[in-house]
Design a protein around this ligand. Structure first.
Ligand code: UD1
Ligand code: CA
Length: 454
């Protein structure tokens, strides 16, 4: 059966006190709504319909590359009214999963369970039993069977004792939605069109209502303010940390680990505290990441040790390299095996060959460094003339003396040596020495200036 995902995302999110629409607030580095859309894609939904209202243009713009049907709900007259807006584009058959843009952590597994439970019935709910259910719609059952959802504000004293709640996640046959939604009314405590009233309609039609519970409670937690956002962020991170530990990652402290994207890992990866992993990253076997590193869209091969406070962005790092502390690898940094990059070394759009080293205070930008070369402390590739960028090519087994400026475009040959403190503006041939500095001036028995007495 074909599955449509309908996402309610028209709410203002007043309690966030933000200019950004609530569904664009980030959880683990991507917008709340983005999480829901990713999950919809995982369950291979045929189409995704998103109901927008406040900040519609911003929301649409944020997902302009996604294949989404956008439906406007200009006035927020309730959850039932919101879903009514989709009727012109909602398929006539198949089933819809109705999700909330501000409940980002629902998993594909729970949704699959819901779809399976609903197949034969026509309508199903994700419910949860809470110690404190106040505020939520309550699930009213008779002889174990769901009869209705009663909103907190409409509930009797007795119904308010019910601990099973409506999470706001539903699976409903599209044929039934076309039948039921036009019949909703707003005769209730909030004067809203309640989506939840379709449950009573299903009962009237003699249907049985399916229900499933999420594997983990945080899957159905909503976000209304920044306190809840931060709490959910932690729960989500703890969960991701747990999944990584189950794959064998040694997280020194899972409560001080953040994954904002996805991470593929080999065996015996060790990650110290306060590390942030962003985008899509890969860490090979035995990789060690020191405290405070930020690693984004990068691949680090087996046996590499990254010392504390190093920052990677779109870098590819070979096996058994040593990076940091305080190293910065920028986009296009491509390091072969056994390379050493030390403290305060910045590498951008540069390939570095097997076993080459730049251990201290260096900028390598738009460069190619061969194998076994040593880049002395304080070396700078002067790649930019204020308007254009040029390339520096350094061969194999080259030795660049400390505090050298290599003014690009320039080529340092294989086995070539550059004397410390040189400003190199012309190519240096293979196996030759280039030194560019004035001869040392010496004065014997030099009398230092004396303090003038007055
Ligand atoms: C809803 C459910 C309640 C459930 C709770 C779970 C109804 C009537 N009640 O209550 O049973 O326990 O969610 O969190 O459905 N939205 C729109 N347009 C509207 C109104 C809401 O798009 O006109 C969106 C909101 O942005 C939000 C979602 O629908 O993403 C839920 O709305 P909310 O107002 O939070 O519903 P509740 O009253 O909390
Ligand atoms: Ca709510």
């Amino acid at each position: 059966m074909s599955t449509t995902v309908v996402i309610l995302a028209a709410g203002k999110g007043t309690r966030m006190r933000s200019k950004l629409p609530k569904v664009l607030q980030p959880l683990a580095g991507s917008p709340l709504l983005g999480h829901v859309i990713e999950t919809a894609k995982k369950i291979q939904a045929e189409n995704i319909i998103t109901i927008f209202g406040h900040g519609g243009d911003l929301v649409k713009h944020a997902f302009s590359t996604e294949n989404i049907d956008w439906v406007e709900q200009a006035e927020q007259l309730g959850t039932g009214h919101a879903v009514q807006m989709t009727l012109p584009v909602l398929p006539k058959d198949g089933i819809s999963l109705i999700l909330s843009g501000d409940v980002p952590c629902i998993t594909a597994d729970t949704l699959q369970n819901l779809l399976e439970a609903t197949q034969s019935k026509g309508i199903g709910l994700v419910t949860l039993t809470l110690a404190d259910a106040s505020g939520y719609g309550r699930i009213v059952r008779e002889n174990g069977k769901i009869q209705a959802i009663v909103e907190h504000k409409d509930a009797s004293e007795k119904q308010r004792l019910i601990q099973e709640i409506n999470t706001g996640i539903y699976a409903v046959s599209n044929a039934k939605l076309h039948e039921w939604l036009p019949r909703l009314n707003n005769n209730n405590a909030q004067g809203e069109y309640y989506l939840t009233d379709i449950v009573a309609m299903a009962i009237d039609d003699g249907l049985e209502i399916a229900s499933v519970e999420p594997a983990l409670a945080f899957e159905v937690e909503g976000v209304n303010d920044r306190v809840q956002l931060a709490a959910l962020e932690r729960e989500y991170q703890n969960h991701q940390a747990k999944l990584l530990m189950q794959q064998g990652v040694h997280l020194i402290d899972p409560s001080r680990f953040d994954l904002r994207g996805s991470l593929k890992v080999g065996q015996d990866v060790r990650i110290d505290i306060n590390v942030i992993i962003e985008g899509e990253c890969e860490l090979g076997d035995n990789v060690e990441i020191g405290a405070g590193c930020v690693i984004k869209n990068s691949k680090i091969a087996a046996g590499t040790k990254v010392q504390p406070y190093s920052v990677f962005d779109s870098a590819i790092v070979g096996e058994h390299t040593q990076i940091g502390p305080f190293a910065r690898l920028r986009p296009g940094a491509k390091l072969a095996n056994e390379v050493h990059i030390g403290n305060f070394v910045e590498v951008k759009n540069t390939t570095i060959g097997l076993g080459s080293k730049a251990n201290h205070f260096t900028y390598l930008g738009d460069a190619e460094v061969g194998e076994g070369s040593n880049i002395g402390a304080g070396t700078i590739t002067c790649n930019y003339d204020g308007a254009n960028k040029f390339k520096t090519i350094i061969g194999d087994q080259a030795f660049i003396g400390s505090n050298s400026s290599l003014v690009a475009p320039v080529k340092i040959g294989n086995g070539a040596t550059v004397g410390a403190g040189s400003t190199i503006t012309r190519d240096v041939d293979d196996h030759s020495l280039a030194v560019e500095r004035s001869k040392q001036f010496v004065k014997d028995n030099y009398p230092r200036p004396q303090k003038i007495k007055n």
